[in-house]
Design a protein around this ligand. Structure first.
Ligand SMILES: [Zn+2]
Length: 71
């Protein structure tokens, strides 16, 4: 029975490692940049909290939105 326990433990450990490895540093999905990726302008905390994962300041975001409408 110990064998089963060990393999289950190993599998759980493997899954946890895989999950941890899947989480990249600075994941744009949930971590907001403190500075704009375009102009290096500081992004206000209020904006970072309002838009989880935002990478651009308000001006650059507006510019990008405008450009994306054309494509
Ligand atoms: Zn910017």
């Amino acid at each position: 029975m110990d064998e089963v326990d060990d393999s289950q433990k190993a599998e759980r450990l493997y899954r946890e490692e895989a999950l941890a490895a899947k989480r990249p540093v600075g994941n744009p999905g949930c971590v907001s940049f403190t500075r704009c990726a375009e102009c290096d302008e500081e992004i206000p905390e209020r904006r970072r909290k309002a838009i989880p994962g935002c990478r651009l300041c308000a001006a650059c975001q507006a510019e990008q939105d405008r450009n994306s409408h054309f494509s």
